[in-house]
Design a protein. Structure first.
Length: 255
């Protein structure tokens, strides 16, 4: 496969967890245009949805493979990575994009709501990356991009679980970047602001309008704009960027 801009490149295997979601889909498309072998991760009970997703995008000219696994569980993440490796070769690019929200005031939050968000949004980074790094180290090459959130930088009312997990994402990034830099493996974070997806479209219009009022650019991001940032960090020419947090939030938070 050659990249969409005409360059000939090494076929790199790219695994995107949460790959069939709104942002994950655009990340997969961006990596495909770069000439990568894209593999989209999804929850096992979403198999029908994943297959429809695969066929729909195939009709648009994008050819993606699928890999099932609940990345909040260590053993399932291990099995997923082993499946990808056995089918396509070692993972060269990993995008940790899987995530959920379960918003509630802390004084009303149940332990399970805390636990499930931390496990899916933060523990999953360890669960998946742990089984990818050995191959990257052996080959002396790798790109790891972790999707955080503006709310991991500034916090958000009613999101102690989500904000804590997303803040932890970048701590993970910075520490791992130091461990792997000597092997030509970069580790970076992308922190989106509010993105126009089915989730945000479901927010009542008055609340959505209030959110947009607080964004200096005056709109929510399109998923492809988040994917563009991920693609930039995956480029061969981005090899000197590691341990960075790239905010894509329309000026909502500046630090």
């Amino acid at each position: 496969m050659s990249a969409g801009n005409g360059d000939s490149r090494i076929m790199r295997v790219a695994l995107v967890t949460g790959g069939i979601g709104g942002i994950g889909t655009e990340i997969c498309k961006t990596l495909y245009r770069q000439g990568r072998q894209g593999v989209a991760g999804f929850l096992p009970d979403e198999i029908k949805t994943a297959r429809v997703w695969q066929e729909t995008l195939k009709a648009e000219g994008f050819h993606f493979e699928l890999a099932a696994g609940d990345v909040s569980k260590y053993s399932e993440a291990k099995n997923m990575v082993e499946e990808v490796t056995n089918r396509f070769g070692s993972v060269d690019i990993l995008v940790n994009c899987a995530g959920i929200t379960q918003d509630k005031l802390l004084r009303k939050m149940e332990h399970e709501q805390w636990k499930s968000v931390i496990e899916t949004n933060l523990d999953s980074l360890f669960n998946v990356t742990r089984h990818v790094v050995e191959g990257m180290v052996a080959r002396g090459y790798g790109r790891i991009i972790n999707i955080s959130s503006v709310n991991g930088q500034k916090g958000q009312f009613g999101q102690t679980n989500y904000s804590a997990a997303k803040a932890g994402v970048h701590g993970f990034t910075m520490a791992l970047a130091q461990e792997l830099a000597y092997k030509n493996i970069t580790v970076n974070t992308v922190s989106p602001g509010y993105v126009r997806t089915r989730m945000t479209d479901a927010i009542p219009e008055p609340i959505r309008a209030k959110i947009v009022e607080g964004i200096p650019i005056g709109r929510m991001a399109e998923p492809r704009e988040i994917a563009h940032a991920v693609g930039f960090l995956c480029e061969e020419s981005s090899a000197y960027i590691t341990g960075a947090n790239l905010p894509v939030n329309g000026g909502l938070y500046m630090s």
